[in-house]
Design a protein around this ligand. Structure first.
Ligand code: WTA
Length: 680
């Protein structure tokens, strides 16, 4: 089982990193020439089912190639056609202004996200169509039609206005998966305030840091969220965060669980009280195409999270287009993306993409195994879900829980499956295809990032033959390559670095407040090209196989974590002198975190201290960042110039060659002497 379920490509990346300096080389600008080697030997190929292709928007590779060519040769026509399907208060004067690395799209145009998501559908029959169907973890179901959602969004936008929020401001949203989270996001876009959604699993510390960096004026939260039968006390965490957030003037609290919480007079307001009696008339602001849409924090290779800054027009167009093409979205579909709204997938593919297409988006509050491990399949059956989009980690969990759970349910409503967030191993892909998709549904493995704003590489389900584990081909309009250190293109099947060579509408515009870091992180490796931080190879058919991160970012269970961020949290603990966090392959989560810690002089190693340090990270950042394992060490192995030899630690963490009693200190001195020469 362990071997069988190991994610083939991320294992390849890990072993490639262990065998070559690619891992730190790319991120830290070392000049090594070793390439990444891939060990995948996957050769299966599945043509789109004929019945799917017959009705699909794009039904042949020929048509896909035609669109690709059109985007290259006549971008005005290509983008004009797509953008023209949406509402613009004022047309653009110029499609693109590109002064690398700064892009402006649909220059001079005026539009509004909430108008396009909602008002545009109100004239016709979609007015009474379900926009969001929500299911709470305890089991209640709420449906919001387009008219109802519009009503709520208009009212909440007036609540924000009444608290003085304008289009110059940022609103932080720290909520669970409730429709009000989507309502708050859409209300921000209606008045032109940028939203900064902070995942509900983040700690008070992480919340405070993100609020402060984005200079948010208002926080929207809820009393508590339901998760696996218990309550996650969001307002309590918010209260702790708000002790050190000078920019926050007001906090709006949605009542979800009814649990006891503290309300601070003057600062805190109940959602329902603010909404009572407020006008539902709210003009959608006519906003510049380059007006801020959102800031979303993601981990990078330093301790400080990056505020990825996105703007309106480009995201409007790309969320709309990719949802339409990659999910072949139809009015009859009931579409379910299981991502949390706190991640970029929740932004583009729970809220914006589906609503821009007038689709029905299912939203679920809780855990996939509550009350039992068939919750998702039970929901697919009850709601008649037709398109299902989830993460490989979840699929591997379903595999482990066993086929019995999906077999209890009729899954015949499904017509298309998707994955996102990390490489999917071919075994999980095949299981997904047969056990969930009944060998009838195409699978779209979608590669993209917080920075890209939307899907970049993915099959078009009626056109692109799929291969288990490959995200296949770039979408029309997207210009990717796999290159060597020197920028030359890799040969087929030669591993290299994934870059994007031309601007695209939903690309990040900068890192909030830090143009310099934006340039260094993404644009300094290859002049004029965007560096993704991922390793990849392209096979003889031009298919892309993503091999995982090549920088100090680790993908754990589909969540992006910066090892530097976890290290600085560990070092902040008084018992810790030094820490290095690395990843080892994990059959379930893709990667697991291992922290090597050298203790302060007065500290004594013990299992209790290990647990305390894990809890410390959970408190500082959030439970998702807890290291799986803590290993104590006298000293961390370093190069003569003082750089921690992470590759060596990764080897130790992955192969388990250095083991021993849980409380025994590991002595790296001999390894250090052996390796010091090569590392410099
Ligand atoms: C990884 C999530 C392989 C990749 C949308 C990327 C993937 C990082 C895939 C971005 C995929 C995402 N196959 N790897 N289909 N999708 N990744 O910002 O390493 O949370 O750089 O965005 O996830 O993670 P983020």
């Amino acid at each position: 089982m362990a071997k069988k379920n190991r994610p083939a490509e991320s294992a390849a990346a890990a072993s490639a990193e262990a065998a070559s300096p690619a891992h730190t080389g790319a991120a830290n600008g070392h000049d090594h020439n070793t390439t990444i080697t891939s060990v995948s030997t996957e050769h299966r190929k599945f043509a789109p089912p004929e019945s799917f292709a017959e009705t699909a928007r794009i039904s042949s590779l020929k048509e896909y190639r035609r669109l690709h060519r059109l985007a290259d040769e006549d971008p005005e026509k290509f983008w004009g056609k797509i953008a023209g399907e949406l509402h613009w208060f004022k047309p653009w004067k110029k499609l693109l202004s590109w002064k690398a690395p700064f892009a402006r799209w649909f220059v001079g145009a005026k539009t509004n996200m909430s108008y396009n998501c909602l008002d545009r559908h109100l004239d016709g029959w979609r007015r009474t169509k379900a926009a969001i169907i929500w299911e709470g973890e305890p089991g209640e179901v709420r449906t919001l039609t387009y008219a109802q959602l519009h009503h709520e969004v208009c009212k909440f936008s007036n609540v924000l206005r009444s608290l003085g929020v304008t289009k110059e401001d940022t609103v932080a949203i720290y909520m669970g998966m409730v429709p009000e989270a989507a309502i708050a996001m859409l209300a921000c876009t209606r008045i032109g305030a940028a939203h900064n959604v902070i995942f509900g699993g983040f700690s008070a510390e992480a919340l405070r840091e993100r609020i402060n960096d984005s200079r948010a004026k208002v926080l929207v939260t809820q009393d508590a969220a339901f998760r696996r039968g218990t309550e996650v006390a969001l307002k309590d965490a918010a209260d702790r965060a708000l002790t050190g957030t000078p920019t926050i003037e007001h906090c709006i609290v949605y009542r979800r669980s009814g649990s006891q919480i503290a309300m601070q007079a003057g600062r805190d307001h109940w959602w329902h009280e603010m909404m009572a009696g407020i006008s539902a008339k709210s003009k959608a602001e006519q906003l510049d195409s380059e007006h801020p849409l959102y800031v979303l924090y993601t981990s990078g290779s330093t301790g400080k999270p990056k505020g990825i800054f996105h703007t309106l027009g480009g995201n409007l167009v790309w969320s709309y287009y990719t949802t339409r093409m990659v999910f072949d979205m139809r009015d009859e579909d009931t579409y379910w993306c299981t991502a949390d709204i706190g991640w970029v997938t929740g932004h583009a593919y729970v809220v914006y993409g589906p609503l821009l297409n007038g689709a029905t988006s299912l939203m679920y509050e809780g855990a996939p195994n509550w009350p039992e491990a068939d919750r998702f399949w039970d929901m697919v059956e009850r709601h008649g879900v037709t398109i299902f989009y989830t993460a490989p980690t979840a699929i591997r969990a379903f595999m482990r829980w066993g086929e019995g759970f999906p077999r209890r349910h009729d899954l015949s409503s499904l017509r298309l499956l998707g994955t996102v967030g990390e490489p999917i191993n071919p075994e999980a892909w095949m299981w997904y295809r047969s056990t969930i998709g009944g060998d009838r549904c195409p699978i779209v493995d979608t590669w993209w990032q917080t920075e890209t704003g939307g899907i970049m590489i993915a099959p078009l389900p009626g056109a692109t033959p799929t291969k288990p584990g490959s995200a296949t081909l770039p979408l029309p309009g997207i210009d990717v390559d796999v290159v060597r250190k020197d920028g030359t293109s890799c040969a087929p099947n030669e591993g290299g670095y994934l870059v994007i060579k031309s601007p695209w509408p939903s690309m990040l515009r900068t890192i909030h407040g830090d143009d310099q870091r934006f340039k260094e992180t993404y644009w300094s490796h290859y002049k004029g090209w965007y560096f993704t931080g991922d390793g990849a190879r392209r096979d003889e058919d031009g298919y892309l196989w993503i091999m995982g991160r090549v920088d100090d970012v680790v993908n754990v269970a589909g969540h992006r974590l910066g090892t530097a961020e976890i290290e600085s949290s560990l070092v902040a603990h008084k018992m810790v002198a030094e820490a290095a966090v690395v990843a080892r392959p994990d059959e379930m989560k893709g990667n697991a975190l291992v922290a090597f810690v050298s203790l302060a002089a007065n500290a004594t190693a013990s299992p209790a201290l290990k647990e305390e340090l894990r809890e410390h990270v959970a408190r500082e950042i959030g439970a998702i960042a807890k290291p799986e394992e803590i290993r104590f060490s006298d000293a961390l192995p370093k190069t003569r110039s003082g750089k921690i030899m992470r590759r060596l630690l990764r080897e130790i963490a992955s192969t388990g060659q250095v083991s021993g009693d849980v409380t025994t200190l590991e002595d790296f001195s001999s390894l250090e002497k052996l390796r010091a020469g090569e590392e410099e």
